[in-house]
Design a protein around this ligand. Sequence first.
Ligand SMILES: [Zn+2]
Length: 412
Amino acid sequence: MDLVIRNARLDKTGEPVEVGISGGIITAVSHESLPVAEKEIDAQGAMISPALVEPHFHLENALIWDGALNHSGTLHEAIQVYGAIKKDMSLDDLVRRASIALETTIAYGVQWFRSHIDIDRTAQLNLLRGNIAVREKFKDLIDIQLIAFPQMGMARDPQVIDLMWQAMDNGADVVGGMPHAENDMNDAARHIEIAFEMARKHNADIDMHIDETDNPYWHSLELLADQTIANGWHGRVSAGHCCAMSAWDDAMAERIIAKVAEAKINVITMAPINLMLEGRADSHPKRRGIARVKELMEAGVNVSCGQDDLQNMFYSYGNMDPLEVALITAHAAHLRSPAEIEATFDMPRYHAAQNFRLQNYGIFVGARANLVIIDANSAVDALRRQGDRRYVIRDGRVLTETQTHIHRHYEA
Ligand SMILES: [Zn+2]
């Protein structure tokens, strides 16, 4: 074997385990001692987990930060501010900022990553070129999927439809969307139809920003579910944000959530961003603006969580650590019982892996050896302390090591 990891504990059961890796694949998961390998890691009782998954991010505008840029703090103003900046964005600067974000997230254990790329009259295909350069630069370090994202709408601008087709022909992996950027629900339906035309032509998955508003008028999630079912795209569609469902009445939410479950749509909540951007105009009581995480999970919907933004006009914070995002999600969605904690810890792991339709994800013989060893002894410990990612491993190769040493000077 190329690598043996000893003295680890399994992420799901906490059982002590040794893991052997050959040719980038897990070839042994054993309670017994494995033979000596070329390289050995002593996990010192830490947890071994499949590497983390970031299902929703925007590399191109990460770390464009001036605290005064967005006066109102709303999504609307953030999009306007960004529109003025992206016109003159240098691709070298895009690559520089994106590289910082990716290097940080890799050290936190992320090995699968999705980035949305603005495709519109202002951006044309320039930001796609920058993102492709980033994907190429990092291809040996992390798997990146690029999503063509028509943030300014498609039904309202035929030129964007043309640019979206070009993006899918020139390196984008996934068809994105933002139906609530259209004028009304009729145009939102057209927006989603166009996206499915592109997905069928390219045999591509779909990953849209859905109803990122606290206006209950918007329910494009229902249109997305209807068309997912009609197109037989079950399990191949992701819906990010879904904020408006926090403003729907219960009957409407129940009806639409049942369709989302039938369509096997993956919902991604961006709790940190939604808590910050939604409900700003409310007096008290203020809406939280995040997806109905508990109701979705109870209906059997796959729910994960995403970072979305890193210190920019949309969001002033962010750390690129999916465990931090999961912990914020737990607070926003009232997730506290042992079963809910397990589900929350699975969000940036097994749940988000379903968005990528990964078949070889986990700790089992035959799985891809993309792993993270976390200084944690349980799900609640991993979320609560967000401990060191002691080793991040890609295809059996150690990418990063992190170990915090606390010097207790008060000891003799
Ligand atoms: Zn987003």
